[in-house]
Design a binder for this molecule. Structure first.
Ligand SMILES: *[C@@H]1O[C@H](CO)[C@@H](O)[C@H](O)[C@H]1NC(C)=O
Length: 254
């Protein structure tokens, strides 16, 4: 008798878990506290305020949606090489922690064309501090550079342009939109670069770091396409964690 009821309750438990799973696999609402916007004349403006609230709510991550903590944001690897930019340099940043990215960000403008699944956004981030390990070899501003060690790349007052290019898909007869491309463009007012241990030599390293910072604008121009590509991929993956679970008409109220 005891056995039967144990088996029965086990079965119930399994059924309950299965139901739970099927619920989370089906369409979801936006995370709690996310404001929603109606697709009317005021939509783009509404979205500015809504997303400004939403990103702060996501700062510590969201387990239900599989979103990791965004501050600091952990990035395993960010590679910049000649394939990405017209430079003869390979730079890899590894085990990076990106600080301040969310709490110092403000969305300024949205321009959407939802019929074309296109969202353009302009934001401003006061501080993006990337701390991690680097490996570098090649040339920067025509000078040979090589080394590995700790790195700190910090961007101040950065205007960021986001272009989210979506495509619709259906799940159980419901329309969703996923992002197939997320393009980013960074325009910082100042970039500080510090690569410890360049050339495996303290004096050469200090001199080179001074040179890089004196010429930060040109240096960053050589690097920024690579950074933008890497961040575009990260932002796309994070955004899709919401877009692929929440139906289009739930996110964008008709
Ligand atoms: C990284 O560089 C910025 C700008 O120079 C500086 O303010 C910050 O303290 C540095 N961070 C670390 C961990 O060294």
């Amino acid at each position: 008798m005891f056995r039967v009821s144990t088996a029965a309750s086990l079965l119930l438990l399994i059924v309950a878990i299965a139901q739970e799973l099927s619920v989370t696999a089906a369409e979801q609402d936006l995370p709690e506290g996310f404001p929603k916007c109606k697709r009317d004349a005021n939509f783009d403006k509404c979205l500015v305020d809504a997303v400004n609230v939403a990103i702060q709510l996501l700062k510590n991550g969201n387990k239900e949606f599989g979103i990791p903590p965004l501050e600091p944001l952990a990035v395993k690897k960010l590679v910049i090489d000649a394939g990405n930019a017209p430079i003869n340099l390979r730079q890899a940043l590894k085990n990076i922690k990106v600080h301040d990215l969310i709490s110092t960000s403000k969305i300024l403008r949205y321009k959407t064309d939802l019929d074309k699944h296109l969202i353009i956004c302009e934001s401003r981030t006061d501080r993006i501090e990337m701390i991690g390990d680097y490996e570098m070899s090649g040339r920067i501003l025509l000078l040979p550079i090589t080394g590995h060690g700790k790195s700190n790349v910090t961007l101040l007052n950065t205007k960021i342009e986001h272009r989210l290019i979506g495509e619709p898909f259906e799940k159980d007869g419901v329309k969703y939109m996923r992002l197939k491309d997320y393009r980013v463009n960074f325009e910082p007012k100042r970039v500080y670069l510090n690569f410890e241990n360049l050339f495996n030599d303290r004096t050469l390293s200090d001199g080179m770091n001074r040179f890089l910072n004196e010429n930060w604008e040109t240096v960053f121009n050589e690097l920024k396409v690579g950074y933008a590509k890497s961040f575009g991929l990260i932002f796309r993956e994070l955004s899709n964690k919401l877009f692929e679970k929440v139906p289009f008409d739930t996110i964008f109220q008709s």
